[in-house]
Write a protein that binds this ligand. Sequence first.
Ligand code: B12
Length: 446
Amino acid sequence: MPKDAPHVLLINPWIDDFAAFDFWAKPIGLLTLASILRMHGYGVSYIDCLDRFHPELTYPGRVGRFGKGHYLKRRLPKPEKLYDIPRHYSRYGIPERLLRKAINSNPRPAAVLVTSMMTYWYPGVFALIQVVREMLPEVPVVLGGIYATLCHEHAVRHAGADMVLSGQSETSLLELLGQFTGYTNSCRFTPDELDTYPYPAFDLQSSIAYVPILTGQGCPFRCAYCASGFLNPGFRRRSPEHVVEEIAFWHKKYAVLDFVFYDDALLIDADRHIIPILEGVVARGLQVRFHTPNALHIRPLSKEVAKMLFRAGFKTIRLGLETASFDGREAIDTKVGPDEFEQALHHLKKAGFKGEAIGAYLLYGLPGQDLVELETSIKMVKTFGVSPILAQYSPIPHTALWPAAVRASRYDLTSDPIFQNNSIFPCQKASFSWEKISYFKKLARE
Ligand code: B12
């Protein structure tokens, strides 16, 4: 690091919610920015408020299967506007005293960078920013990430940050930090070429239980419920060789076994992308496990793709079915047709996958959703011997379904992102009851 290089502190905030679990969730965007800053000579430190492996913490459930696990949690009063939700609300992550200790023990930063994920998790982000402000009153705080992008105005108005950046901010952040610190450096990567990016700085974590992999950004589909097209308007990808190199790097240098694909469209154009990636993994003899919590598209799951997934070591397959009812489905998406689910399951099972490894996401809580249709979908998925997994719908600004969600909601969705929380079923009105929800959850589990 050059002598006069400034130091930057990056923080992954707490989650405030009714429930949270580390279902392979890491702030890959923030850690990519960390590695870009390192690449440009900055000193970098990282505090993960969601660290399950903090050296001063041991608690039951923190180490789970394939690297997943529980966060530490502490009960909080419910946000006032959600007083009617019959569930406990908690702050997930490390205790505040450990956050304060970490801020004190790291070098004094020239700026603090805070990320944000789900829009309705903003209370944990605000609470973190408040602590930073109090402890480092003169240090500029920059907020970015998914909440900051989808609810930009809300964040500008209420977060208490000095700057809120929207969207992918690699180059704008370097410029901004240059203005704050007077430290400039010519850009050492090409923003449009993902192969020129450094790997996300997972090495800054206290432990690497698993590594998320992003082989590309964006998605060619424009599903009405999804914000991917707004967050990543283009569709750009890394080369298969670059992806294989990264998997080999984490596996060999840090003995990582579990890899989790975060892509929105991993299987698209399989012959030129996922197939060569997985052939590379097999050819290099990498004995690793893969998981796809963000759902795979069903249509491209051909016999060849299924075979390669099995050979390369995929252990958790999640499919984006969303509904098994195809009447009028075009209104929400066109990514899967009537017989394609059955066909894909056939290929997966033929390739060697057992039913337990496969789950099909079903969207639950869409505006105006017919609950009879949901029940039929759950039963249909079970007839194939795979698990239906209920994915509760979160209404998201800038999606095609947002206006319908606003009309259907029993809350004023436009007034506060807190109402975008999927666990409160914000778009259910007349037909809504917590008993019915328990019934569907039980039906899916049994
Ligand atoms: C991977 C992923 C997950 C992972 C976990 C991700 C995580 N880190 O926690 C899994 C599969 C577990 C997951 C689960 C869910 N997800 Co999700 N997920 C995503 C996905 C596909 C990618 C996010 C990502 O990592 N992007 C890649 C990185 C590189 O981008 P990034 O984080 O945005 O970072 C860039 C910028 O934002 C910026 N940036 C980031 N931080 C900072 C900080 C500063 C200071 C600055 C300047 C810039 C900056 O720079 C970065 C680099 O360019 C997004 C869709 C998408 N395309 O973004 C949905 C998305 C975020 N998920 C969504 C949803 C709905 C869910 C679920 C609720 C689904 C469900 N019904 O069960 C669950 C809830 C999870 C929970 N309760 O824990 C919604 C958001 C909903 C909302 N209201 O906010 C999205 C947008 C998808 C959609 N449907 O539109 N998800």
